[in-house]
Design a protein around this ligand. Structure first.
Ligand SMILES: [Zn+2]
Ligand SMILES: [Zn+2]
Length: 451
């Protein structure tokens, strides 16, 4: 053995030792990132050692850890190695799937690496194995986001074929994918899920079936109904373990930054998840005037320190807007009012939201009266205020909201005949009858708001 080989051998042993002391399911993102960085700095041989762990058949913790750590490395060497391995004809199926998973987790692989053409259909065995081994170390939401990134754009019949394989495991972590598909609402897929959901023991499956009971399609409705009956009979025969309910996420904290003028709220809603008490949270952007929930993203497995860092970074981003901690009640009221507005004004909720709304959907809520109304009408023309990327925000004065059409229209002063737009006039509040009056900028006389 020459010297280089010996050195490489030692380096790889060191990496394996470092990894052997870690448990995949207890690692926070921060810790995983730390270890990944450490290994990355040791060079390509060390990264190579991680890839070797993917082949470990004896200790399932090793391939899981390797997937987690390699997913944290945005290093061209990682992608080169993935593609090199994927070209091997004798590659074990579960390694191949793991490599594809690592690639999928990286949203933006370095541009220098040619994109891989989609692999031929994965075999049933490998997918079931995939769900049971590798996905064990991933959270439901992460799996759903992978589905969002990689499958949602595919035609429904192709998705149905993969869903058929995935749902065989009836693993509760697959339910995030189900949530996405229920929102997308392809009829064939809904009919399939209405039948298949009965095999999941998780109460979330029953809740999802319930949501299908009012579906306009008769077949979806009747399948969901039959599945729900079966689900309930089985649940009665095998009452739930108390540990199950202890495993549900608990509210941790919520924060809000509001831009009163644009009507935008940024809301952070965080829960703690047993058994490790790691933090899962969703960040939602709300438009109070018209569009309700306009954007959202979420994260899992954050440690306390990481979560604090993120909040600090967000507070800095908001600069002049004050980010404050709010109660669970206020946060839920904001979310509910926004969701209601999406429904009323027929603005679709972002698809991602369906993956995350389970963090709070089982909470009982009494609306917080301090949260203002969502979806206002213009104070002049009384039509719903509309907002959008190409629409200027309305003009706001205290609790008066004026759509941008009315606020741009010139008004004629009944006293001096001068012309001015609403924002150019001075507003005065007539306290006795809660009326808003305008003061003409030319003659300074007061006149009534046009109706
Ligand atoms: Zn108006
Ligand atoms: Zn005037």
């Amino acid at each position: 053995m020459d010297d280089t080989l010996l050195r490489n051998h030692r380096l790889r042993q060191r990496v394996q030792k470092l990894v052997a002391s870690q448990q995949a399911e207890h690692l926070s993102v921060e810790e995983a990132r730390g270890i990944a960085g450490k290994i990355q700095r040791k060079g390509s041989q060390a990264i190579q050692a991680l890839f070797d762990l993917l082949f470990d058949d004896e200790n399932p913790n090793n391939p899981r850890l390797a997937v987690m750590l390699l997913s944290e490395m945005n290093d061209p060497k990682v992608f080169e190695r993935i593609h090199e391995l994927l070209r091997r004809p004798q590659l074990p199926e579960k390694v191949r799937v793991a490599l594809l998973a690592i690639e999928a987790i990286h949203e933006n692989p370095p541009a220098s690496v040619p994109t891989l053409t989609r692999p031929p259909a994965m075999s049933l065995d490998s997918l079931v194995q995939f769900t049971e081994n590798f996905w064990e170390a991933m959270e439901m939401e992460e799996i759903a986001m992978m589905w969002r990134e990689n499958f949602v754009a595919e035609p429904p019949e192709d998705r149905l074929a993969v869903l058929d394989m995935l749902m065989k495991s009836a693993h509760p972590k697959m339910l995030g994918i189900v949530r996405l598909e229920l929102t997308l609402g392809d009829l064939k897929i809904l009919q399939f899920l209405a039948q298949r959901l009965t095999e999941f023991t998780s109460p979330m499956a029953a809740a999802l079936l319930e949501s299908l009971l009012a579906h306009p399609d008769l077949m979806v409705r009747t399948s969901a109904d039959a599945s729900l009956q079966r689900w309930r009979e089985r649940a009665k025969a095998n009452p739930r373990d108390d540990r199950d309910s202890a495993a549900e996420p608990r509210f941790y904290r919520a924060f809000m930054a509001a831009d009163e003028w644009s009507g935008h709220y940024s809301l952070v809603y965080a829960v703690k998840c047993p058994p490790n008490d790691l933090i899962k949270f969703i960040v939602v952007l709300l438009d109070r005037w018209d569009r309700g929930i306009i954007d959202c993203w979420g994260c899992v497995r954050y440690s306390h320190a990481e979560f604090e860092d993120l909040l600090a970074a967000m507070a800095k981003d908001f600069a002049d807007l004050h980010q404050e901690r709010i109660t669970k009640r206020t946060a839920l009221t904001l979310l509910l009012k926004a969701m209601d507005l999406n429904r009323r004004r027929k603005h679709p909720v972002p698809l991602e939201f369906s993956v995350w709304c389970h963090l709070f959907e089982n909470e009982d809520i009494v609306l917080d009266p301090k949260v203002p109304d969502f979806g206002v009408d213009c104070g002049v023309c009384h039509k719903p205020v509309r907002t959008g990327p190409r629409t200027a925000p309305p003009w706001v004065f205290a609790d008066l909201v004026i759509c941008n059409r009315c606020s741009k229209r010139p008004l004629r002063c009944p006293l001096c005949g001068g012309s001015a737009t609403l924002p150019e006039c001075f507003l005065t509040r007539e306290e006795s009858n809660h009326r808003m009056d305008l003061r003409c900028p030319h003659c300074f006389e007061t006149f009534q708001m046009p109706r």
